[in-house]
Design a protein around this ligand. Structure first.
Ligand SMILES: *[C@@H]1O[C@H](CO)[C@@H](O)[C@H](O)[C@H]1NC(C)=O
Ligand SMILES: *[C@@H]1O[C@H](CO)[C@@H](O)[C@H](O)[C@H]1NC(C)=O
Length: 384
């Protein structure tokens, strides 16, 4: 009887519901270096008791450390979820490093689309760690105020994409347009611009033997990474997300085959049911989900969410510029030598310090305190 009802339901299901999400995950041929790890990973110095049940970067004692919500699908469709998830996590971590002070730094996803075709991806799919390799390779990602999102990459024929040039060039890295073209104005590149860099990146899961890893251990690694350093980017099966209507998504029948990338911005435990969940931020605008977020059951690789979790740490990010003229001709009084080797330009950057440095120092202090107390105890015992 049940089978009959099910097949009947399948017949009357509208075509839109049956439609599969386009696979936006694609590892480009030029993405060779899947990780660059120097500092100890958070799960190696944090034990389960160090991590709270609930941690949400959108609400740390009432303050949000997340950067703005994004929408990859406007002004027209572009399969750039991977760039949105990866860049959002990076700029959140810069915000965390700045203790939430000042204007948020918003980074250029369009630059990734313009220049990341070989390594990172396009409107037809890409990969989170490819974004981090690209930024490390080229040495920067510009702020988005000199290369805003257009939802186009070179191969896209969607919307106005065939009419604009999104190939990788200096003017498609960072530009200014100093006047109307019919009065002699033109768009030119800037040699110097506020930017951010990548120090380290890697992936939790994804290794050859990782499929045999205990799910609880995996969840601990992900939680430690989020708690110590900030949001991460992850692959996920987006099919159950399409019609997500709020609450904790826990569908045992959902496939773990992934086709989408989002960021994980926190985790929690339902006070009544005790169910653990991840808080994800999508790039489909705030009209979707719970104001752009969704909660997904944690610790059981729901929809493949724990299979390929990418993390990144920033290197430097610009906090002070040298003023450039609006038409891009002079920067700090120096004439720009477009395309030539840049001369000295004194933009000031802030350098990120990995939290492991502070954790290790605190641990060492505790340890030496303990040995000191131990020595005192021994001395007293001897004297006594
Ligand atoms: C980044 O975006 C946020 C949200 O729109 C905005 O408040 C902030 O001023 C932007 N930052 C810069 C440097 O433009
Ligand atoms: C990027 O910013 C740093 C300072 O944060 C600066 O030294 C460097 O010149 C900038 N790079 C470009 C290409 O403008």
């Amino acid at each position: 009887m049940k089978i009959v009802v099910l097949s009947l339901a399948a017949v009357v299901l509208p075509a839109a519901l049956a439609r599969e999400h386009m696979n936006e995950i694609k590892i480009m041929e030029g993405h060779k270096k899947r990780s660059h790890i120097v500092s100890p990973l958070p799960h190696t110095y944090l034990v389960e008791d160090d991590i709270p049940d609930n941690w949400n970067w959108d609400d740390v004692d009432g303050k949000s450390y997340l950067t703005k919500h994004l929408n990859q699908h406007i002004p027209h469709y572009c399969g750039s979820c991977w760039a949105h998830g990866a860049v959002s996590a990076l700029q959140d971590r810069i915000k965390i490093a700045r203790k939430g002070e000042g204007h948020d730094i918003n980074l250029s996803i369009q630059y990734i689309l313009n220049c990341g075709g070989e390594t990172a991806g396009s409107c037809h799919g890409g990969y989170h760690t490819g974004v981090y390799e690209l930024i490390q390779q080229t040495g920067f990602i510009p702020f988005d105020t000199c290369q805003p999102y257009l939802a186009c990459s070179a191969e896209s024929t969607e919307g106005f994409c065939p009419h604009i040039d999104t190939t990788c060039s200096a003017v498609n890295t960072c530009r200014t347009c100093g006047g109307f073209s019919d009065s002699g104005g033109e768009c030119v590149e800037l040699d110097y611009f506020p930017n951010a860099t990548v120090a380290e990146y890697g992936e939790i899961g994804g290794g050859i033997f990782d499929m045999f890893e205990d799910p609880a251990k995996r969840a601990h690694k992900i939680k430690a990474e989020i708690y110590a350093r900030g949001p991460v980017a992850t692959t996920i099966n987006a099919d159950p997300l399409r019609d997500y209507a709020g609450g904790i998504l826990d569908d045992e029948t959902a496939s773990t085959d992934t086709n989408h990338i989002v960021s994980i911005t926190g985790f929690g435990r339902d006070p009544d049911t005790k169910q653990e969940y991840w808080i994800i931020r999508n790039s489909w605008g705030e009209y979707w989900g719970e104001m752009g977020f969704a909660r997904i059951a944690a610790g059981k690789n729901m929809m493949g969410i724990e299979d390929h979790v990418a993390w990144v740490t920033p290197g430097t990010f610009t906090v002070e510029n040298v003023p450039c003229s609006e038409d891009g001709e002079f920067c700090g009084g120096e004439i720009q030598n477009h395309g030539q080797t840049p001369s000295l330009m004194k933009f000031v950057g802030q350098t990120y310090v990995d939290p492991s440095v502070a954790f290790m120092a605190a641990k060492e202090a505790k340890f030496s305190l303990r040995t000191k107390l131990g020595a005192e105890y021994i001395l007293e015992t001897i004297r006594g």
